[in-house]
Design a protein around this ligand. Structure first.
Ligand SMILES: NC(=O)c1ccc[n+]([C@@H]2O[C@H](COP(=O)([O-])OP(=O)(O)OC[C@H]3O[C@@H](n4cnc5c(N)ncnc54)[C@H](OP(=O)(O)O)[C@@H]3O)[C@@H](O)[C@H]2O)c1
Length: 234
């Protein structure tokens, strides 16, 4: 696989869940060092053992408390439910300072009519993280990749577009390269971080479609230049 950036150490906060585990699996397969984080270090260690047994994992996957995972990584992926998100990010604020923080958090509600996007006071979960940890560089990505597909060693995800939003050009370029590592396809520059207000609740549409068609839908844009430029448009 073509790497635009050196392989790096990536912590996944909430790495014991399906989304964190799935992203961790794909990143480990691409050769990155992955540290799964949890509120409980033992639970993370067990999740790391389980993940290491999946096919084609190229590197060691470790497990640790969220705090130590973040402290030992250069890039941090937030893969926790929106419920409790603010408290958790606040509790990690000192360690997150200066890090590249990638949020795939989707603030969703569910009622008898199905899924819907929650009203978030800061606009989006990604912007909430910025407010809480102003010293981290926050990028939004991976909102629309389904965890069961990430965790399925045989699933080809190269047709999925990973929409990436952020206010820091260098960080966004880096996350677009990570997106290509995760899917084998492309990351797409979706614009400024405030686009997370649209990207996060879009997942409610995908879940709604999934229920109706008994599938796992994803996002793929039409009308993109071929090949897609790998740079971010300022
Ligand atoms: N599942 C998907 O297909 C999918 C797809 C795209 C995006 N996402 C987004 O990715 C995030 C994670 O999804 P998921 O399905 O993996 O979620 P999950 O299984 O409900 O939670 C992931 C992990 O977060 C930790 N956690 C749970 N509640 C917490 C709380 N109140 N405070 C701190 N940590 C807590 C738990 O780890 P410990 O108990 O070990 O600490 C849990 O294993 C969500 O925001 C979701 O919207 C999910």
């Amino acid at each position: 696989m073509d790497h635009h950036f050196p392989r790096t150490t990536i912590a996944i906060v909430g790495g014991t869940g399906p989304q964190g585990g799935g992203l961790g699996y794909r990143l480990a397969r691409a050769g990155h060092e992955v540290i799964l984080g949890s509120r409980d270090g033992d639970r993370a260690a067990q999740a790391a053992v389980d993940l290491s047994k999946l096919p084609a994992v190229e590197t060691t996957v470790r497990g640790d408390t969220n705090t130590l995972a973040v402290a030992n990584a250069e890039i941090v992926i937030l893969a926790v439910p929106y419920e409790g998100h603010a408290d958790l990010v606040g509790s990690l604020a000192a360690d997150l300072d200066g890090k590249l923080l990638v949020s795939c958090v989707n603030p969703l509600g569910f009622d008898r009519h199905g899924p819907y996007g929650l009203d978030v006071p800061d606009g989006s979960a990604a912007e909430e993280a910025v407010r809480i940890v102003s010293g981290a560089t926050v990028v939004g990505a991976f909102h629309h990749l389904a965890a069961p597909l990430l965790l399925d060693p045989g699933a080809d995800l190269s047709h999925e577009d990973v929409l990436v939003c952020g206010d820091d050009t260098e960080a966004k370029t880096r996350v677009m390269a990570l997106a290509a590592d995760v899917t084998g396809g492309r990351g797409v520059d979706a614009g400024r971080l405030r686009m997370a207000r649209q990207l996060e609740p879009l997942t409610a549409v995908l879940i709604s479609v999934n229920k109706r068609y008994r599938t796992r839908s994803g996002v793929a844009l039409t009308g993109m230049p071929q090949p897609t430029p790998e740079k971010v448009i300022a």
